[in-house]
Design a protein around this ligand. Structure first.
Ligand code: 13P
Ligand code: SF4
Length: 335
């Protein structure tokens, strides 16, 4: 069956998926459920047959995040989970660098990504050759790479980090200076919180760089008592204008624990939908921006990937061996 073939919505599927619909009824209109439900049922059956797990990033749409995933989280949590799962197959409902990270940490497993073109503007902003040039320019200075990079870049890296542990990773090296790439804004955010001198690269996230401080000020004017939280990939002027900065998982924990009456999550749109499904008492104010790469991952493509166990993520052995070390060092440091 091709990824484009629609599955039928039967009475049996309506009955068996009804408890799953309860999880998302605040954010998915009832009229849309017959479109999702046949895929939800088929995916959950295929996962058992294949001994597969679906690791889903916090930016997945609610029908993926709440109805078919086995584990959800930020990049660091997905990497930690990939390292310890007992499944034979990992389906990465996220972008390509996340699937590569899973393959590095579980080389013996089959790792599939539902759409190979699910990239990332940060990962595309730097190559392994760029890192070799930086090392020539700054001899002896260690390289810390955000996980939003290709395996090729990770292979040239001393240690990886995510937005959830970047400061801890930089400080773990106990050096006066590091090269930090590719996210300039995350690097600046890290530099503010440590005495370590941070040499920056000019990569940006195409989703988070579009937010502005003026936009946030306007939302605060229009919504009294608004709590604003942001991802550290946003520009510095935005981070200065918000009440809390954290990784996607930290932002979700913040809302779960504080339960603000009104919150604006300055990040990718699906995050607010996923938390709104769980916390109907919190009012989520937009703006949000869509990540076109994350949105390539859909239920029908996940279904197709589970049926065919394609497209697989493979990494050439010489690159994988060196890239794995930098990811394993990060996982050992933890959050
Ligand atoms: P997190 O590691 O915070 O989930 O961020 C990943 C990402 O791609 C954000 O744009
Ligand atoms: Fe990359 Fe930005 Fe999309 Fe995250 S949101 S995957 S950093 S382009």
């Amino acid at each position: 069956m091709s990824a484009a073939t629609a599955l039928a919505y039967t009475d049996e599927i309506a009955r068996s998926t009804a408890p799953l619909y309860e999880r998302v009824r605040n954010v998915i209109p009832a009229i849309e459920w017959p479109h999702h439900a046949p895929y939800v049922a088929a995916i959950n059956r295929l996962k058992r047959e294949r001994n597969a797990v679906i690791l889903a990033h916090n930016y997945m749409t609610p029908e993926i995040y709440h109805c078919v995933s086995d584990f959800v989280g930020d990049s660091l949590a997905l990497a930690q989970q990939a390292a310890k799962t007992k499944a034979d197959v990992i389906v990465m409902a996220g972008v390509h660098f996340m699937a590569e990270t899973a393959k590095l940490l579980s080389p013996e497993k089959t790792v599939v990504i539902p759409d190979l073109d699910a990239g990332c503007s940060l990962a595309a902003s730097v190559t392994g050759a760029d890192v070799r040039l930086l090392r020539q320019k700054y001899p002896g200075v260690p390289v810390v790479s955000y996980v939003n990079t290709s395996a090729d870049v990770k292979a040239e890296t001393d240690v990886c980090c995510t937005s959830g542990n970047a400061v801890k990773v930089v400080e773990s090296l106990k050096v006066p200076r590091v090269i930090f790439l590719p996210d300039e804004y995350l690097g600046r955010w890290v530099a503010r919180q440590t005495k370590v001198d941070v040499i920056l690269w000019k990569g940006h996230c195409e989703v988070h760089e579009r937010f502005s401080a003026a936009e946030i000020a306007a939302y605060r004017r229009d919504h009294e008592g608004l709590v604003v939280i942001a991802h550290p990939e946003c520009p510095p002027e935005v981070l200065d204008a918000v009440d809390y900065v954290g990784s996607t998982a930290n932002m979700i924990d913040f809302v779960r624990q504080r339960r603000p009456a009104r919150v604006l999550m300055v990040t990718e749109c699906s995050m607010s939908d996923n938390v709104a499904a769980e916390l109907p008492s919190v009012e989520f104010i937009r703006p949000c921006n869509l990540c076109p790469h994350m949105k390539r991952i859909t239920l029908d493509k996940i279904h197709h990937a589970l049926e065919t166990l394609e497209p697989r993520v493979e990494i050439p052995a010489d690159i994988a061996e060196r890239a794995r070390r930098s990811v394993e060092r990060m996982v050992a440091i933890g959050r």
